[in-house]
Design a protein around this ligand. Sequence first.
Ligand SMILES: Cc1cc2nc3c(=O)[nH]c(=O)nc-3n(C[C@H](O)[C@H](O)[C@H](O)COP(=O)(O)OP(=O)(O)OC[C@H]3O[C@@H](n4cnc5c(N)ncnc54)[C@H](O)[C@@H]3O)c2cc1C
Length: 289
Amino acid sequence: MDFLRPADLAEALAVKAERPDAVPIAGGTDVMVELNFDHRRPAALLDLTGVAELAQWSTSDGTIRLGAAVPYSRVITELGEPLPALAMASRTVGSPQIRNRGTVGGNLGAASPAGDTHPVLLALGARVEVASVRGTRVLPAEEFYLGVKRNALEPDELITAVHLPAHAGPQQFAKVGTRNAMVIAVCSFAVNLRPSRREVGAAVGSAAPTPRRARAAEEFLAVELPWDAPTALADSLKRRFGDLVAEAAAPIDDVRGSADYRRHALAVLARRTLTWAWDEHLGSERTCA
Ligand SMILES: Cc1cc2nc3c(=O)[nH]c(=O)nc-3n(C[C@H](O)[C@H](O)[C@H](O)COP(=O)(O)OP(=O)(O)OC[C@H]3O[C@@H](n4cnc5c(N)ncnc54)[C@H](O)[C@@H]3O)c2cc1C
């Protein structure tokens, strides 16, 4: 197996163009598992750990450009304030060792329906930046997930960054697992309230062949939330939201949970996280007043 080690992004893209069969490796927390279990035996590995450009983040015009190879531990310590839901999701990934190595770019590259960052990226309307020697394109996260462990990357492309709105309003992520840590999601959910635009983002994970937005739930809330009234939300509203989120899912029965359980759990997560996000909205309204 060839081990290719580019020193910068230009070289990495040139190598990927020449060797489209080379499997990129960032933190290696998915790739090494596949190699160790002999599920994959690629002709070449393209090591991205020497590509400094991928391990940086920056802010411009209220948007954070998060390099594909920034590890979860840095998302938590450096970006918890502008990207709270991504930090929440990052805190649930694996263990400290996995969070030190694993990256959002790797989560996207693996494109597992159970990846923890996906619902957050969808709820925040994130865009995925990919590049090749042919140029750079930026696509909505929603268009990136094509199927179970399939994404929209062309063979000569690398994921270079994710673009996310900073301080996008109250947001939450929640995950159900069989225990608190080191667990693949049975199902997961993220919500983002954007009061200044009267918009809502909501997305489910581990409950369909791809992570997916709960569009009907988003539209319902955007219209029905009493945005300007400093009141607690009616139970009927929360219940309807939860039901619409559950309807957005297309789960299967598997070793981690049944389809029925996943739908039920998603409705509960949706109601719960909406309550937390709305309470935060009310708190900020009171602070502004
Ligand atoms: C013990 C353990 C626990 C885990 N727990 C969780 C969990 O709780 N939640 C969760 O979501 N995941 C979990 N994972 C899976 C894994 O940690 C995540 O998917 C992580 O985000 C992968 O990132 P990485 O940088 O290690 O990716 P890698 O293993 O390096 O790569 C993963 C895939 O992405 C591709 N890739 C990586 N970077 C790029 C790039 N820049 N451009 C194009 N393709 C790229 C690789 O070719 C590969 O196909 C766990 C894994 C282990 C081993």
